[in-house]
Write a protein that binds this ligand. Structure first.
Ligand SMILES: [Zn+2]
Length: 562
């Protein structure tokens, strides 16, 4: 079928040029994709010890044919003279992009990663562009598409082509089935022992992920999310005490083991080390990318229930606002993923009420260093309703943090203690120590931003009882086991991607907000915690009681004065 070329007499120009069957092109493209666009899969498979035998080699060849048959079956359904070229072009471009990101960053493409891709800020795309990307796309997609477009096609009647296409579809499935049966023992073992391998099958992984997301979107009931916190109340404060002001800082891509406060050998926390900060050493994230972690962190459901939820609910921000406190979400990243829709929110790049946008040294072309979050914060706070502020304030700062792969862009030029820095986004091209330098500079800058944020809070302690809580959304791989960035399926994700830093700071010299005792928090710092604790701990800190509050999940409950 692959080599069949025909020159039917029906050529309208009556020329002698051979015309190509759409099905021949479909299966030719399928073979090209299976063999050449699946480099990351072949690399991963050949690295397995069990594949180092003749039987292993046979399995890999068989696996390539399975992918070609599966891809060919899909393309066969689109093999009409008008549709086959655009369909192949779409498959080739998807496959080339998938191959690039998987081979360059060691990521796999599953529904969670696809959600993250679809929610990527256009500004973040700049960080991902590289010469290597261009080479991948040109070699794997643009050149074959250019060749494809020059090929003349056979034009059959619809019914005839339909019969041929369905025949080819069934045939391809039979070939696939025969291969699965023949290689079942090896296929089963490989897919069971190396679960993430299935997410390397390109471009079917992208199509599968899009299909899952489309199904989820359709299944989502229309209308507003289910309300939570009905009847939530602010507990009465001790006479003469001040309303709580909780600064909840959501870090980005910070891994716990690169914080000096957790024992990292480099001085990544020089400023926080001088302040009375408690660093919780054993905290796990809910997901391995922002789109998965962020909504889960603010949900009352926790990781396991959030993953299996049937509909959408309101979140922590809605509950705190419903209880009568002032809430503000301030973003220096791709946005709040819908969390802040119903509460006051702004981007750090936007001027605060009364004007005074961040200066050019902080913000360039809409992209800001995290210190921009503090510009005009007084004006933003003052713009919240006074009666609500009197009960308490929750401000969320959503950082840019250590967002990769362009780590060197995350710290200003005068705040780079670790040199030399990796300056490219093609991480394998950098010396590993330079990559770690660039990453550690971003952690040291977060240290500075948090210390400045604490400085701002200290100045408000006549009006409020201030507290800072910092936690990162997920970690990052920095080349360990040849993995980069984040987003591995949680079940197989390395600890570097799920072990996150969490810090707490209370105004010194007081019992702090809600009677929290600092010494007690310090004793508790090795407790096993996770993002599941954030919702309940925040309510505890703010002194809000709601039916969703679970005291056993409040990380600080044991440290609160009765
Ligand atoms: Zn993130």
């Amino acid at each position: 079928m692959l080599s069949k070329r025909t020159s039917p007499a029906s050529d309208p120009r009556g020329g002698e040029r051979a015309r190509w069957s759409p099905l021949t092109l479909a299966f030719g493209a399928a073979l090209w994709i299976a063999v050449l666009c699946n480099g990351p899969l072949w690399t991963a498979l050949t690295a397995l010890p069990e594949m180092a035998t003749a039987r292993g080699a046979l399995f890999i060849v068989g696996f390539a044919l399975m992918i070609a048959a599966g891809t060919g079956a899909l393309l066969a359904l689109l093999a009409w003279h008008r549709t086959i070229k655009p369909a192949i072009a779409l498959f080739l471009i998807s496959a080339a992009l998938g191959a690039h990101f998987m081979s360059t960053y060691g990521v796999v493409i599953d529904p969670s990663m696809m959600t993250n891709v679809l929610q990527t800020d256009p500004r973040e795309v700049r960080d991902l562009l590289s010469l290597r990307l261009a080479v991948h796309v040109v070699l794997l997609a643009v050149l074959p598409i250019a060749l494809l477009w020059r090929l003349p096609l056979q034009h059959r009647r619809f019914k005839v082509q339909l019969v041929r296409n369905l025949g080819a579809f069934v045939l391809a499935w039979l070939v696939l089935l025969a291969l699965v049966v023949a290689l079942f023992a090896d296929l089963g073992a490989t897919m069971r022992n190396h679960r993430s391998m299935r997410y390397l099958i390109n471009p079917l992984n992208s199509f599968f992920a899009l299909g899952v997301l489309a199904k989820q979107t359709n299944a989502k009931p229309a209308g507003p999310p289910a309300a939570i916190g009905i009847g939530a109340q602010v507990m009465p404060r001790a006479p003469g005490s001040l309303p709580p002001l909780l600064m909840l800082v959501i870090g980005e891509t910070a891994r716990a083991d690169h914080f000096a406060l957790n024992g990292y050998a480099r001085a990544t926390n020089p400023e926080l080390a001088k302040l009375d900060v408690v660093s919780f050493a054993d905290v796990s994230s809910c997901g391995t990318n922002t789109a998965a972690s962020l909504p889960c962190m603010f949900s009352h459901l926790g990781k396991s229930d959030y993953g299996s939820r049937s509909g959408e609910s309101e979140n922590l921000l809605d509950l705190v606002q419903r209880a009568g406190m002032a809430v503000l979400w301030l973003d220096n990243q791709a946005g709040c993923k819908g969390l802040c829709e119903r509460v006051p929110h702004a981007f750090a790049s936007e001027p605060p009420p009364g004007g005074g946008a961040p200066e050019a040294a902080l913000c360039n072309e809409g992209e800001c260093f995290d210190e921009a979050l503090l510009v005009g914060l007084d004006a933003r706070l003052a713009a919240l309703p006074a009666s609500a502020r009197e009960r308490g304030v929750l401000i969320v700062l959503h950082q840019m943090g250590s967002h990769g792969p362009a780590y060197s862009k995350r710290s200003p030029p005068d705040r780079k203690p670790f040199q030399p820095e990796c300056m490219t986004n093609v991480l394998q091209q950098c010396d590993r120590s330079e990559l770690v330098n660039a990453y550690d500079n971003s952690i040291a800058y977060t240290d500075h931003v948090l210390a400045r944020t604490i400085g701002w809070l200290v100045e408000r302690d006549k009006q409020y009882a201030p507290m800072l809580l910092y936690v990162s959304d997920h970690g990052e791989s920095l080349g360990e086991n040849n993995l980069y960035l984040h987003g591995m399926p949680y079940a197989v994700a390395p600890r570097e991607q799920t072990h996150v830093p969490m810090l707490a700071w209370l105004a010194p010299g007081t019992r702090g907000v809600s009677g929290l005792a600092l010494d007690c928090l310090k004793r508790e710092r090795n407790k096993t915690l996770s993002h599941d604790n954030l919702f309940h701990t925040t309510l505890g800190v703010l002194g809000i009681r709601a039916s969703e509050y679970v005291a056993t999940l409040d990380a600080f409950a044991a440290c609160r004065a009765p």
